[in-house]
Write a protein that binds this ligand. Structure first.
Ligand SMILES: [Mg+2]
Length: 146
């Protein structure tokens, strides 16, 4: 079976971490875009179709929570997995209340990340499918009214 790549946006100010994670995800067959700030994250979402954002909480300038709020406001169907170090787990939970799917403790265990990525992808696909069906029902009803 051919694997459909998940379009992943990795956002972290630690360049080495972003590169390592991006490489691993590419090896798994995912389509990865690496960026290094919240601002770049939002710019990328404007330009590219993205399924899942892996988002660091602690970043200079626009932090992860601020970025998450903007993502959920402007791109509500995009799934977000937060990246947290020790000491910011509470913030990660706050992120989940704001609509993030889950969080990962750094340094992220790759199997754990893969599993969460799959959940995120599935949730996004299902939500898009529900929207398609609702739109189709709406159109059928409109046709019926004519
Ligand atoms: Mg950071």
């Amino acid at each position: 079976m051919i694997k459909i790549p998940t379009k992943v946006l990795v956002v972290d100010d630690e360049k080495d971490f972003v590169e390592m994670l991006s490489l691993r995800l590419k090896e798994e067959g995912e389509k990865v875009t690496p960026v290094y700030s919240g601002k770049e994250c939002l710019e990328t979402l404007e330009e590219k179709e993205i399924d899942v954002v892996i988002l660091d909480i602690k970043m200079p300038g626009m932090d992860g929570i601020e970025t998450l709020r903007e993502i959920k406001k402007r791109f509500p169907l995009v799934e977000v997995i937060m990246l947290t170090g020790h000491g910011t787990t509470e913030t990660a939970v706050e992120g989940m209340k704001l609509g993030a799917l889950d969080y990962l403790l750094k340094p992220a265990d790759f199997d754990d990340l893969s599993a969460k990525l799959e959940v995120a992808r599935k949730r996004k696909d299902e939500q898009e499918e529900r929207i398609r069906k609702a739109e189709a029902r709406f159109l059928l009803r409109k046709v019926g009214e004519i």
